[in-house]
Design a protein. Structure first.
Length: 156
């Protein structure tokens, strides 16, 4: 059985994240979507809210569960018995950054990274842009699920 971790802040989770989850769930026996907790950063949604949104998002996938971590994601992977980390790539810039991180992670712990190119229709979507557009009154309803959109509107 191959267990994988898809880490991220998911603040908020987007349809791009859902695309990666859908494809990674089909590729691995078990997928843990893990939201990072970093006390030094201000998030729009707290850890519990992100876990709730992700739980709703992955409900259709029987082999996907939600987790959270603090510290190094590779330590979380080891604690969960995950051999692989999943990373969605939107651009060459993502690849350049994530490749170095993947090499460091492999060297430190032996955890491999599975790069999954984002579907072209989602390549421009990021949580940061979704928050910025929403804060300025723009329509982000096509970038997030209806449940996430409702939470986003209630939070801003």
């Amino acid at each position: 059985m191959i267990r994988a971790v898809f880490p991220g802040t998911f603040d908020p989770p987007t349809v791009g994240h859902l695309d990666v989850i859908t494809r990674a769930a089909a590729a691995f026996d078990e997928l843990i979507v893990a939201t990072g907790v970093n006390q030094s950063k201000n998030r729009l949604f707290g850890p519990q809210e992100r876990i709730e949104m992700l739980t709703e998002l992955v409900e259709p996938f029987p082999n996907v569960r939600i987790g959270s971590f603090e510290g190094l994601v590779v330590d979380y992977c080891r604690a969960e018995g995950a051999e692989v980390m999943v990373k969605g790539l939107r651009s060459a810039a993502d690849y350049d950054y994530e490749l170095q991180m993947a090499q460091l992670n492999r060297r430190m712990t032996g955890v491999d990274t599975f790069f999954l190119p984002t579907a072209p229709e989602h390549a421009f979507i990021s949580s940061s842009w979704v928050k910025e557009i929403a804060r300025l009154g723009g329509d982000v309803s096509t970038f997030v699920t209806p449940a996430v959109h409702a939470r986003l509107l209630n939070t801003l």
